[in-house]
Each structure stands twice: as C-alpha cells, then as structure tokens.
Write a protein that binds this ligand. Structure first.
Ligand code: NAD
Length: 449
C-alpha cells in the first residue's frame, strides 16, 4: 500500500463483555500478573512496564503535538473485564502459589487474598519427559493425547460458560520444556492429530494446549521458548481457524538489554568479538532450566538474537567470529531476583579493543507480568480486528519473534516499537509515521515523519 493513501478501514468489534485470560502454568509469572492486575484495579499500585496501560502514541506530524494514550487510541478490554483462569500440576490456588513464588510482599498479597484465592488451577496436561525437574498431582488422565486435547477444549468452554465470558485468550506461562525440534508428526495438522491419537512421544504438552486453544479459536501467545505455535502446521491451523498467534519467549531481563545494546553497537559499526552472558536464578523456572534439555530450549532462543542483529554475512569484518556464550545457573538463595552479568568484547577504529560490563539485578516476574497483560489485551484486539495467524507486530515482547517463513525476525527493540505503534495507527486509520523528517525542511514528502 502507498503510505500516502488513507488506509482501508479496519472494523474492530467493541470489547464488550468479559475476557477470559487463561494461562497454562500458574507459577511466579502468572500469579504476579494476576496479582498485579488486581492491585491496579484496587488503586494499590501502578501498572509500570505495561505499554497498554501507560504507553502514548504520537499521531500526525510532529508540529501538531498530538498524541493519545494507547488505551484511548484502540478499543482494548479494560482491566475490570478480565477473568483469570489457568492450569497447573500443583493444586495450589493463585494466592498460595504467589506466596510460594515469593515475588510479592506479604502485605500486598494479603490485601489480594480474596480474588487470588478464587483462581484455582484446572488439572494440567503434563508429561515428565518434557519437564524433568517437576512432578505434581493435579494432572489429567486420558486415553491418549488427543483425548487430553479434547479435555482442554472442554475446560476452555466450561470456564467461559461458568464465568460468563464472551472471549478468551491463552498465554503460555508454564515451564520451559525439553528442546524438541519438529518431526514428521508435525508436518501437517492431520498428521499431528493422528500422532496425538497414537500417543506420539514427540508431541509435547505445550503443543496440545496450543492445538486446543486454536481449535476453540482462542488466540495463543507463547511466553516460553517451547516449540508449539512456532511450527508451520500450527500456523496453518491458526489461519484456518482465523485466530491470532504470537511468540516466543518473553523478552524480559538480559535479552531485553541485549536487544537495546547490540543494535546500538551495530548502528555505530563497532565490532564485537565476544559476548559472555551468565545469570544466577533461584526460582522454580531456574530449577527447571537446570535440566540440560530445558536449558537447550532457552539457549536456542537467547543466542539467536545476536546472530540476527549482527548479520555477520553483511559485516564479516565486524561480526564474523563472535564467541556468544549464555549460561543460567540455578542458585536458590536469590529466588526470583535474577542477577545477570554480561561481558562484551568490542573493537573500534583501527581495531582497538574495548569492553562493556553489564550487571543487571532484575526481578524476573516483575519484568514479565506487564508483558503478559499487554499480550492478552493486544491478542484480544487482534482477534476483534479479524487478524489471523502470526502477529509480527507483537515481536516487541519476545526473545525469538515468530515471523513468516523466509522473513528474518526484527530484534531491535526500538524498531519493534515503531512496528507496534504503526500497527496501532493502521488499526485506527491514523497516518503511518516513517521518521523521515524532511517535511519540516520544505521537502514535500506527503506523510507524517
Ligand atoms: N520471568 C521471566 O522473566 C521469563 C522470561 C521469559 C520466559 N519466561 C518463561 O515463562 C515461564 C514461566 O516462568 P515462571 O517463572 O512463572 O516459572 P514457574 O516455574 O514459577 O511457573 C511455571 C508453572 O508451570 C507449571 N507447569 C509446568 N508444566 C505445566 C503444564 N504442562 N501444564 C500446566 N502447568 C505446568 C509448573 O508447575 C509451574 O507452577 C517459563 O517457561 C519461563 O521460562 C519467564
């Protein structure tokens, strides 16, 4: 489309009624998200880090001085319309699970005990072959994996009916599974369905959840590096069912900083010979990632970022042989408070070496919770705007953004934000902004910049 033309009107249905936000996994991230929304609703805290709640979008030319809050620009569900549900292999309700996670202070949790205690996990589809460090009693049993998928579909329908919900979205907040690349059973949806009936060992629980969500036309966002909606067969199913999908792996701590720093170095044409990243983490996620199979999934999503940003094929003199190492060490005393260290060996003019050190003392779930909220609201918006399949404009939130086969993902956080903002302008027929800026200096470029 010519950017100068007025865009076609996108019909976005109004966010009427209640929206079910369903999370496979009710651990640290999910309960910090539930509790956070309940706290904001009660005026106990601010939704810091949430673009849907605090973000502003500039509209029109710079000298118009026009901007709108995201929530005033596009029709998003309000926090009061959200109803939370989820699945977990541990039977604790969200209040008990949040207490166990030790992310939030006791006083805040006590103030939220009533709403959080009402969120009780439905029995999970769980398989120890995919998460070796966990075992729990609240699990489904069935004839085969297909039967388990049907049980999940029934859970979604029943939850919506029991809670009077009009729509639902699913955001994967459960553990990282063992790294399992797609096999023949994942070649098509038909072979996947047959594989579930045959109990194919290559079909993971997260794939069964994703399948169930899509069959119920529930948008699915993947917060972990698991391979579920990343597979072509699930992408086909999403298109067939007219349902949005996005992923993978919430971009929170170290990778967030990496995707701010690395494009800066590349933009200045500074070379990089090595990037060593290590973390200590003591929560249940850290325990699960202590298993080499689950860590492999994380390693793949974390290391791909630099390969894509530095594009060594374009700049062999600068980025050909980067030694990129990523470590996560399980260290219980720190709980959810992760500490990450990055050592970056760079070189400049005439090849002279320099170093950058980053020491990020972050709170994992505090960084992830607003992402879950934004994804739930934006995926619901996408669904009401009749968007289907991969939602690349939500790359902003992910370490390993899913894109159509043949495209390279965009990792640069500021470019991801431009993409997100322009999509919101596009939804609302506002002019897209290209930041050219010549219009202010007498050049007729005919559009906003
Ligand atoms: N916190 C962050 O900054 C961050 C960033 C990126 C990705 N993630 C990912 O988000 C996910 C959640 O992280 P967390 O810190 O809440 O972990 P957590 O261990 O506290 O919670 C995960 C929960 O999922 C449950 N679970 C595991 N398999 C399940 C299944 N098949 N069905 C239902 N429940 C299941 C576990 O019992 C646990 O309660 C992890 O995959 C993590 O890697 C987190």
């Amino acid at each position: 489309m010519n950017m100068n033309q007025k865009q076609a009107k996108i019909d976005i249905k109004k966010p009427q009624g209640k929206l079910a936000v369903l999370t496979p996994g009710m651990g640290a991230v999910a309960t910090t998200f539930f509790a956070g929304v309940e706290a904001v609703k009660r005026g106990l805290a601010q939704p810091i880090g949430s673009y849907t709640q605090m973000g502003q979008v500039r509209l029109g030319k710079r000298d118009e001085n026009r901007s709108k809050k995201v929530m005033d620009l596009v029709p998003l569900a309000s926090l009061d319309q959200l109803v939370f549900g989820g699945w977990d292999l541990f039977p604790e309700n969200a209040y008990e699970s949040a207490k166990h996670a030790k992310v939030l202070e006791k006083d805040l949790l006590e103030a939220l005990k009533e709403p959080l205690s009402q969120i009780k996990p439905m029995p999970a589809v769980f398989d120890r072959d995919f998460v070796k460090r966990l075992d729990g009693p609240n699990v489904k049993h069935g004839k085969n994996k297909y039967d388990l998928a049907q049980q999940l579909r029934a859970d979604i329908r029943n939850f919506m009916k029991d809670n009077g919900c009009d729509r639902a979205v699913m955001v994967w907040c459960a553990s990282t599974e063992v790294y399992t690349p797609p096999t023949e059973v994942h070649a098509s949806i038909r072979s996947f369905e047959q594989g579930m009936k045959d109990n194919d060992p290559n079909i993971s629980p997260s794939q069964i959840y994703a399948y169930a969500a899509l069959m119920e036309r529930v948008p699915y966002a993947n917060g972990s590096p698991n391979i579920s909606v990343e597979m072509p067969c699930m992408q086909e199913l999403a298109l067939e069912m007219g349902t949005p999908i996005c992923g993978s792996d919430f971009k929170t701590g170290q990778t967030l900083i990496k995707t701010v720093l690395a494009p800066g170095l590349r933009n200045r044409l500074l070379g990089v010979s090595g990037w060593y990243s290590t973390n200590i983490l003591g929560n249940r996620d850290g325990e699960v990632l202590d298993d080499p199979g689950s860590f492999k999934s994380k390693e793949v999503s974390k290391t791909g970022v630099l390969t894509d940003i530095f594009s060594a094929e374009k700049y062999p003199e600068l980025y050909n042989d980067i030694s990129h190492v990523v470590r996560i060490n399980y260290y219980p005393p720190r709980g959810d408070n992760k500490e990450g260290w990055d050592n970056i060996d760079i070189f400049g003019w005439l090849g002279y070496p320099m170093q950058i050190k980053v020491n990020f003392l972050c709170r994992d779930s505090i960084l992830a919770a607003p992402i879950v909220l934004d994804l739930a609201l934006f995926m619901d918006l996408a669904s009401r705007a009749n968007m289907r399949g991969i939602q690349e404009w939500l790359s902003f939130y992910f370490k390993a953004p899913i894109v159509k086969e043949g495209l390279s993902p965009e990792h640069d956080l500021s470019v991801q934000l431009l993409k997100l903002e322009n999509t919101l302008r596009f939804f609302t027929q506002e002019e897209l902004i290209n930041h050219l800026g010549l219009t202010y200096y007498g050049v007729n470029e005919g559009q906003s910049s």
